[in-house]
Every structure is written in C-alpha cells, then in structure tokens.
Design a protein around this ligand. Sequence first.
Ligand code: TNX
Length: 526
Amino acid sequence: MSLRTIKISLTAIMTILILSVPASCKKQAPSDLSAESIIPAPLTVIATGGYFTLNKNTDVYINGESEELKFIGQYIADRLKPATGFDIEVKIASGNEAPGSVILNLTGDGKILNDESYSMEITRQTVKLSAASPAGIFMGVQTLRQLLPAKIELSTLQEGPWKIPTGTISDRPEYAYRGAMLDVSRHFFAVEDVKRFVDMISFYKMNFLHLHLSDDQGWRIEIKSWPNLTIHGGSTQVGGGKGGFYTQEQYSDIVKYAQQRYVTIVPEIDMPGHTNAALASYAELNTDGKARELYTGTEVGFSTFAARKEVTYKFINDVVKEIAALTPGPYFHIGGDESHSTKKDDYIYFIEKVQEIVKSHGKTVIGWDEIATTKMTEGAVAQFWDKAANAQKAVEQGRQVLYSPAKRAYLDMQYDASTKLGLHWAAYIEVDNSYNWDPATLVPGIQKENILGVEAPLWSETITSMDDIEYMVFPRMPGIAEIGWTPSMKRDWNEYKERLAVHGERFKAMGIDYYKSKLVPWDSIK
Ligand code: TNX
C-alpha cells in the first residue's frame, strides 16, 4: 500500500469519525439496556444493542379484558403525553401494532391478583410488557418510565428523541411487603400531600403505605361513633398548629388513589400508649376517668388507655370496626410501642384483647416489636424497629417480622450532624448506611422466610411540609425500596450509588427537594 493510499483511507476514516461523532452525541443513543439505571434493580436484564423510539404515532395498546389494565394504560399515557407532546391514546391491541407502540399484555385469566412479576420485551418496533396480573403490569410501567430520559417527568413540552435501549427484562420482588410510613399525627398532612407521597413511593415499586393516624398530639381519622376524637383530638399538633384530620370520605379517597397505584394502605391506631389525643377527647378512656389536656410537645411514654375498663374495649371495637370497613387491605396496625405508663401485665392483657378485636373484623394484626412480649395471635406481624430480641421472640412464636430497624430504615433520622431536620436518637444515617444492609442476615436466628418485608418510617416531630418530607425521604427511600425488591446478591453500594446519581435528574424533573449527599456522584452525570 502506498503512502498516498494510507493517507486517503485515513482521511476517509477521519471523515467517517467526524461525521458520526456529532451525530451520536446529538442522539446520545442509548444502546445498552443492561447499563440503564433502574431502581430497584431488576432481576435479569439482557441487552440486544438497538433502541426503540417513542414517536408521534405512539399509542398504548392493551391486551386483555380488564378495567384495571385500561386504567394503567391511561396512567402511563398521561405520564408520557406532557413532555413528548404526542397525542397518546389507549387502544385495544390487535396484534398488528405500528412501530412505536407500547403494548400492555395481561397474560393471566384475571384470577391472579397480586402477582407483581412482569417481563418486558423491547424491540426496535415495540415495547411489550407482560404480566399475569395488573399489579405486575403496573410495576413494569414504573420500569418503563425509568428507561426514558429524566425529562419525561416534566410537565412541559421537551425535545426528544425518546429512546429506550432494546432487550428483555424479567423481574419480580424479593419480599412481598415493601413500604413506607408517614406520621400524620405529630404534624398533619393534607390529602394532596399523601397522594404525592404515594406517587413517590410507587415509582420505586413500594406497595404498602402505613399511615400513623393517631398519637399523643393528634387523632387524624373521623370515627362517626366517637366524634370528639377528631373535633377535639384532631385540633392541634406538635408546636400548637391547628392540626387536622381526614373525614372518612377523604380517607377512602386516599385508599382508592393508592389502590390504583398498587399501594395498600395500612392504618395504624397506636395504643395503649401514644393515646393522649383520645384521652383528651373522652374522659372515660382514662384510668382515673379524667380527660387529659391536649398535648403539643414531643415527649413519649406518658399516656395510656385504661387497660382494665370495659369501655376501653367497646371504644376500640368501634374504632377498628369503622376503619376496617373503609380499608380493603389485609392489615390493621395496633401500635403497641413505648407504652411506658402501662403496667406490664396490663399491657399483655390489653394487646391480647385488641388482637382478637382486630381479628374479629377480618384484619391481620401488625404491631411494633413490643407486641412480641405478649402472645401474638395467628398471622400477626411484629414490626422490628428497636429490639432485635423482640423480633426473635416473634419468630419463636412462629410469627413474621416486618423490618424497620431504626438505625437503618428510619427516614426521620438525620443524615449527619449538620442536618437541620429530623432526630438522631437511633443514629445518623447517611445514604450508604441506609442502603447497605440485608434483612435476611441482620438479626441472628431470623431468616428470609420469617420476614414479611421492609418498611421505611417517616416520623414527623420535626417535619412540617412536603419539602421537609422530600428532603428526608430522598434519596434514602429508593434504597430501602431496592432492599425489598432486589435479591441481596445483586446489591452493591458502589454500583448502586452510580445508579442513584442518575436519579438525581429525575428527582429534579419531579420537583423533589432532595438531600445531595456527598457520597453519591451526582455531578458526574451530564
Ligand atoms: C420512636 S418508632 C417512636 C415514635 C417516634 C420516633 C421518632 C416507634 C415505634 N416509636 O413515637 O416518633 O421514635 O424517631
């Protein structure tokens, strides 16, 4: 080969490079599905190297007779429309969908209700999401959202292209229960805030929202047979603000909104301690028969229902009955924590009686880990927050444990000593510590089969606004969601923090005010 030929071919190569580099930069063509930053990480991902593109002809096709499927179709169409500007309709699949189509394919006979597993096949032509139940389709839809550029979450028109790398994903959760808790008692949060909270957790495939509906500072759910609970007991909050409560209609609205996002509400009435708001509303619930003053401080452990009075159980039966009737989910949370003013034998007597009441209304009991010091009724679940010994006691009784270890999973714990919101009685919890643990090995003697799942509680002594909520929840909640969804063998902090960094753009697009932890390489993401 002459020098001249080499020169020409070099020039040709250079030309090709010059032409192709700007083109690929502009397109930023994603082409490796396995390198996408999905949280929680899916079980298996196989990349095929091409990409699918949403276009102006994109529609969502549903395959399977189901109102729920139609609803999910509309849900995803509504999420894709604002930023793309495409007029995306929900149509019935014919088997002959145009390139750019998204197909939601319900494979079951409609009888499988809560199967959250799904698979997704992304080709250059279509995205086909298949699952045996609508819950699985919904989970897959969250994955689909995360595969699109972060700006898909903006509510104004954005420039495309809207590409997704091709390949297949096959996914299912490790634990049945992946949840968060919101304390609406210490500070009250409006229905709209709770709905936004549901949106945030369901984006990360959490499927339970535990609402802490009563505490010393406020009773937050209307009980028609005991109206003073909310009229008086709901009238204040920590710091003396005006508090508030949900009417039964509003509570049902939250339940329905959550249900449509495959999130089950777990209502909690905390007792026999943490009950000052009720004790202020009805004198007869007190051991001495005297109504207490409303309370707006943050101490714990000073209040107790009268454990040996019949009226207490008449009251609890009425409350459980009304709330259970409004709650389609299987669980009723009876609290049971920090009852320092209840005598030990009264506590045992009380918790054992209340468990039977809950059971009589068709619900499964959950209680904080202290309830494992009593005889737990069949099916009851202990929520481990404080004492590993209590969690072990629950397992010795043949019961399951829900993991919310305060040192790891509490969203109200400060990130470090400079965090202005929150508390630190359990620990400072940076993002790595909140992510880096495995429920199946945390407590000796407790294995995976004894564990119902994980829950991240947000207590609200210091939390007063949606911005406050977001700052404490993000970025730790997505990590807890991943602990519940992704097998521990597939989890590694050093890899996770890179994925989390990519989600910073998504938080911004969703208007989420998050904590920019120095441990996460946010700024390495363009
Ligand atoms: C302990 S966690 C409590 C709550 C507080 C929380 C603050 C639990 C079952 N009890 O009453 O709000 O600490 O972090």
